[in-house]
Design a protein around this ligand. Structure first.
Ligand SMILES: [Zn+2]
Ligand SMILES: [Zn+2]
Length: 273
């Protein structure tokens, strides 16, 4: 199994970092997790085109995690030679977001159907709204859904993607909680979005201070990883943006709490599991 951080950014625009999104590939599996800003540029750089995705998992409906949903839907549609429904799993509310996205694409869908004789129908998106405890197959993987705590944002979920004995948990946004611990138990790897509370606290802007109570710090992500006995901790969605050369400084905040490998870096950083 290979996990690639397609986008390691956050809502704050960054010329070097796309928005939150991860790619998980294995024999018989190509799945996207979240689809933030610029996802298809990074997906292409990772060697995958949208028609070949087995599906899209969405952890929650915060805009930074779904900004480019319209691009994923449209580009898969126009690049596929025939009907190729996109399967999307996400928390309750996902259908509403997909319906709204498709509504925004209506003029474009009309233009293309009118112009191309071989395109006779619009994009098909099959949404499954999921809740903690559910288990479903995607490609060759078994995917388990766990609860996360990103309140007041609700509902939010994490996914555990398993192929054979290898597993990765996509924690999404949130603070540590029992549901996430349970989902992570014994996983080969755990990917967590993180903030640096020590740096965020220095910024005299209430709107930025507001994010402190619903995101894991680097230390909290490491504590979750240790409690759950995961093999490798992967950090992403850096707030503030990880600057070149700061990798060891971020690792040093996690290392006292977790003694396994800690992976972090630029967009397209990947780890083989
Ligand atoms: Zn969020
Ligand atoms: Zn986020």
């Amino acid at each position: 199994m290979k996990v690639t951080l397609l986008g390691t950014g956050s809502p704050i625009p960054d010329p070097r970092r796309a928005g939150p999104s991860q790619l998980v590939t294995a024999d018989g599996l190509t799945v996207l997790v979240d689809c933030g800003r610029g996802v298809l540029m990074r997906l292409t750089a990772a060697g995958v085109l949208p028609p070949f995705l087995d599906g899209l998992l969405i952890t929650h409906l915060h805009s930074d995690h779904i900004t480019d949903l319209g691009d994923v839907i449209t580009t898969r549609w126009v690049m596929s030679p025939g009907p190729n429904p996109l399967r999307v799993w996400g928390p309750p509310g996902t259908q509403e977001v997909v319906d709204g996205t498709l509504a925004s694409l209506r003029p474009d869908i009309r233009y293309r159907i009118d112009h191309h004789a071989d395109i006779t129908q619009g994009p098909v998106v099959e949404v499954v709204e999921v809740s903690p405890g559910e288990v479903f197959p995607v490609g060759s993987a078994t995917v388990r859904v766990g609860a996360t705590d990103h309140r007041p944002v609700e509902p939010t979920v994490a996914f555990r993607i398993e192929v054979g004995d290898t597993s990765v948990v996509m924690g999404g946004d949130g603070v540590p909680c029992a549901g996430l611990d349970e989902l992570c138990r014994g996983a080969t790897a755990y990917v967590q979005t993180v903030i640096r509370d020590d740096l965020v606290k220095l910024v005299p802007m209430q709107r930025l201070q507001d994010i402190l109570d619903y995101h894991s710090t680097v230390a909290q992500a490491a504590e979750t990883a240790a409690r759950a006995g995961v093999g490798t901790l992967v950090l992403t969605h850096y707030v503030p943006a990880l600057q070149p050369g700061q990798e060891d400084e971020w690792r040093a905040l996690a290392a006292p709490h977790f003694d396994g490998p800690i992976v972090l870096g630029d967009d397209l950083t990947s780890v083989e599991l």
